[in-house]
Ligand binder design. Sequence first.
Ligand code: IPE
Ligand code: IPE
Ligand code: MG
Length: 235
Amino acid sequence: MPRHVAIVMDGNGRWARRRFMPRVFGHKFGMETVVRVIDDCAARGIEYLTVYAFSSENWKRPDEEVSGLMNLVLVGVSKYLTRLAKNGVRIKVMGDRSAVSEKVRQAWNEAEELTRDNRGLTLTVAFNYGGRWDIVQACKRALADGVSAADLSEESLSRYLALAHAPDPDLFIRTGGEVRVSNFLLWQLAYAEFYFTDCLWPDFDATEMDRAIAAFAGRDRRFGGVKTDPNEATA
Ligand code: IPE
Ligand code: IPE
Ligand code: MG
């Protein structure tokens, strides 16, 4: 079982288009899917779930879609926060919060504050997040803290990255059929197992999750080493 699952929740727009509905309709259903997937992950003993909700490049979308997505944050927090908090979920938000509206910032702060002492699944929402932004902001904060070139290491820089509160993802899932990372966790995915599915995000369910986990279970993770086969005679 992976400890940490990271998901690029893609395909909301196409899902809506197939129903002759506006893209924001797909995002609304996508939000319901995230809430179900949080339960599915918790039920399977997954400790960390990180979801890509809004990328630093998603500002390029039409104003109507961007404001629809921002509004969904407010709707989602008011509709689901109490329940998630009661279920022990600890919520973290990562991304550049300086660029979002005061209302959205407050909603994220509230979600983090209310769940900070929870000990269940840690849900990290990547919002106005980009993997390159993450590495740059980590370097900036390390420099501001007086970390010298000599002290800078993979380990010391990791402490400033947005996912410092979690181990690296074990399993990366992307729905929606595209086979790319789209500036998600560039540093942290170094040794993740990748799983791609054509399933559009609003259709992603427990069966799809089990398929991804089964694929993960069948992978041989070597981390650059060699696997020693117990049945093979060693010279
Ligand atoms: C992913 O779905 C959700 C966000 C980027 C917010 P898309 O909106 O990218 O859906 P498609 O890829 O256009 O179908
Ligand atoms: C990635 O999906 C971002 C999120 C799921 C939030 P996009 O739909 O924005 O990615 P591209 O544009 O297809 O690479
Ligand atoms: Mg997309």
